[in-house]
Design a protein around this ligand. Structure first.
Ligand code: C2E
Ligand code: MG
Ligand code: MG
Length: 689
């Protein structure tokens, strides 16, 4: 027993127990007296030697057997050695175990290493003792003894299993960790699948290494196992030698790190990086049966704007829970970022199952979301792409699902679209135009046209709206409807808006310097209104010494006035303070909060042209807007006036200003003066001039 001393000093004799055992062992071992090998019987319960032959007395350096039998070996025995001996005892009882180990004895304090062969030995009173036979010592076979020592004291767990059977040998580390001494290799694995995998590999190549979950004396642990096919040195039968190292801590730390690397922290869904890895795995196995479903929340920005980001987060977490409860166990839910989610179906469910999954998703998501006292309902737009041999690569599938999602949005949101080839063609065309616009913005291939606005009281042009046109090298002049929505969606409007603002302000300054006393209107899109650079640019222009104070009007649409109204009001106040006028464009078509309208510093309401074109049916609505404008002290402009009848009706209703093709189309700057002069010389129906 290395480093753990079994003191050979005699102790108080336990004579009665000894005698009982001794009489018995004497009978059994009469012949052993003559053997040269040291043989002794150790009573584990009482920590006494109960029989020793002459050689054993020599080994223990005892003058005779009686004095050896009197020694109390427990006296200086460490608790580790004592517990190992108790374990041996239970192994003798359970499975008639036999094994050899290198032990270091300390007779009279002098360390003596011997290889001892142990086996169980029942005493007359039925208790299990240990028969010990010294089979060699360090001087005889130093290499063997050292290797045996190493086997004994290493932390690596080494077990020799009978193939399909119990252990034939376990080193102490393995024995300590084993759930029970008889546990077969199959029983050791937590998952039968792992055992099967190991056996198959052993049969194929004779060895296998794996990290697996195993059952041990301290519960379920993770072991790094190396297994080798071999033969039992004693019986020659097939056996498996297993070396194991406990890697639980490492595995848990690694799993945690992997979980964090693969997950989105807010929702617990998989993240973009996982999606990429997973899809490239699918790509490698040339899976052609899967599907990708992309969805995002309709108008998610408005949720954040209206209720704040905390509510936005609640909505996203809720969506994750609802989506997970709608899909099957093996389908994977990914959050790409923001309000964009993806579901990966590795194995596309048949049509009959797929439709109910999507229906369930829509149904679960449409349930109200309640947080504190806030209750909101959301909808999602969905795009689906199935894997096909043509589009087996991840980027293509992702793009197809995206195109389908975009089609859902274009078709009015809150719906599902499956990708089709035609959609792909349309998307390609759009991609091309996006690229063209990008280049045009970089090269500043845009000009402003100007449409006059006439005051019906004076009959004079009092203002002009600047409308942007794209000068396409091949297609000529392109109207804003074709590129403004794309610029809005892609964010290019921020750069284009800056350009228009600069051109417009320059023009307004030029008119002032030319002595032309008219106002200029510039359109500001919702995204541009949110762009940080807008305020800075407006500020910079307003500080120009030639800035035409009160002569530049910014047209915003009603949907800019949704969201954090306090914040919007502050922003509009600041713009107004800088000397700009503010108009609401296309008034009557949006969802602005009418009760708030009076709170904003608004100078002008431009009645949307759809109302003018529907005259006289839309008369009551126009009258209502005229009254509202009067109430809040704003100028009213009727847009899209195309006929004399419309103009006459508006004049009778005392509409202040008009703009439309009936007066003039938008014209390039070099024609504007002429158009203006012509208009100024015309007499209008109710003009007081
Ligand atoms: P909007 O601001 O409401 O401008 C009025 C639109 O109505 C202009 O179309 C104008 O040409 C057209 N219009 C004027 N009178 C009539 C009429 O009598 N009948 C009809 N049918 N249409 C008339 P345009 O120039 O094609 O501009 C369309 C929209 O594009 C604008 O609507 C505005 O929302 C946007 N837009 C134009 N320029 C800019 C710009 O510089 N920046 C931003 N953000 N948007 C712009
Ligand atoms: Mg406008
Ligand atoms: Mg308009």
């Amino acid at each position: 027993m290395r480093n753990e001393k079994i003191d050979i000093q005699a102790a108080v004799p336990l004579l009665s127990a000894m005698r009982c055992s001794k009489a018995d062992t004497d009978g059994n071992f009469a012949f052993a007296r003559r053997l040269r090998a040291a043989i002794w019987v150790y009573d584990i319960d009482n920590s006494r030697i109960v029989y020793a032959n002459v050689s054993a007395c020599d080994l223990w350096q005892a003058p005779d057997e009686v004095s050896l039998l009197q020694r109390d070996l427990a006296k200086d025995m460490s608790s580790t050695v004592a517990s190992r001996l108790r374990q041996y005892q239970s192994d003798f009882v359970a499975r008639d175990a036999m094994f050899n180990e290198m032990w270091t004895l300390y007779p009279k304090g002098k360390p003596t290493s011997v290889m001892v062969f142990f086996s169980g030995f029942r005493l007359a009173d039925g208790r299990m003792a240990m028969l010990c036979e010294a089979v060699g010592n360090a001087e005889d076979e130093p290499e063997n003894l050292r290797s045996a020592e190493a086997l004994l004291h290493t932390d690596v767990m080494i077990t020799l299993y009978e193939k399909n059977g119990p252990p034939l040998y376990m080193n102490p580390a393995a024995r300590n960790a084993a759930a029970d001494a008889q546990q077969s290799i199959a029983e050791k694995f937590t998952h039968p699948f792992d055992y099967k995998k190991m056996i198959e590999a052993l049969e194929a190549s004779g060895e296998h290494r794996m990290v697996s979950s195993v059952s041990t004396s301290t519960g379920q642990r993770w072991y790094d196992l190396s297994a080798k096919m071999c033969s039992d040195a004693v019986t020659g039968k097939p056996a498996i030698l297993v070396t194991a190292v406990d890697v639980s801590e490492l595995k848990i730390a690694r799993d945690k790190a992997r979980y964090l690397a693969d997950r989105d922290l807010l929702t617990g869904c998989y993240n973009r990086s996982y999606l990429h890895q997973h899809m490239s795995r699918l790509e490698q196995c040339k899976s052609e049966r899967g599907a990708l479903l992309c969805f995002d929340v309709d108008h998610f920005k408005q949720i954040n704007d209206r209720f704040g980001h905390e509510m936005g987060d609640v909505v996203l977490k809720d969506i994750a829970v609802r989506a997970r409860s709608s899909i099957r166990e093996n389908d994977k839910l990914v959050r790409l970022g923001g309000d964009e989610f993806v579901i990966i179906f590795d194995d596309t469910p048949p049509e009959t199952e797929f439709a109910p999954i999507v229906e369930r998703l829509l149904e679960h998501i449409s349930q109200p979301i309640i947080h504190d006292s806030t209750r909101t309902c959301i909808t999602v737009s969905i795009g689906v792409a199935t894997f096909s041999p043509k589009a087996a690569d991840f980027t293509a599938i992702m793009r197809e699902a995206d195109i389908a999602l975009y089609a859902s949005k274009q078709a009015g949101r809150n719906q599902v679209t499956f990708f089709s080839e035609e959609m792909g063609v349309a998307a390609l065309a759009r991609q091309n135009i996006e690229t063209e616009i990008k280049i045009a913005v970089e090269q500043r291939n845009f000009v402003l046209h100007f449409q006059p606005r006439v005051d019906l009281q004076t009959g004079k042009v009092v203002s002009a709206e600047a409308l942007v046109r794209w000068q396409h090298p091949e297609r000529g002049m392109i109207m804003p409807d074709e590129f403004i929505p794309i610029c809005e969606e892609t964010g290019m409007i921020e750069d284009l808006g800056q350009m228009v603002l600069a051109l417009g302000c320059e023009q307004a300054i030029a008119w002032q310097q030319e002595g032309l006393d008219i106002q200029l209107s510039l359109n500001i899109s919702p995204r541009q209104f949110d762009d940080q650079r807008l305020m800075k640019s407006l500020q910079a222009f307003s500080k120009d010494m030639n800035f035409p104070h009160g002569k530049i009007e910014l047209e915003i649409t009603e949907n800019v006035l949704i969201g954090d109204l306090g914040h919007i009001e502050t922003k509009l106040e600041a713009i107004s303070q800088m000397g700009y006028r503010i108009a609401i464009d296309d008034f009557g078509t949006g969802y602005s909060n009418l009760s708030y309208i009076s709170e904003f510093p608004l100078n002008c309401l431009k009645i949307d042209q759809s109302f003018i074109s529907q005259l006289p049916k839309s008369g009551p609505i126009i009258s209502l807007i005229l009254t509202l404008a009067k109430q809040i002290g704003a100028t009213v402009v009727a847009e899209g006036v195309e006929t004399g009848d419309q103009l006459a009706w508006l004049s009778r209703q005392n509409c202040e200003q008009v703009q439309g093709y009936h007066l003039s189309r938008p014209v390039p700057i070099d024609q504007f003066r002429m158009v203006m002069n012509q208009l100024n010389s015309v007499t209008y129906p109710s003009s007081k001039n």
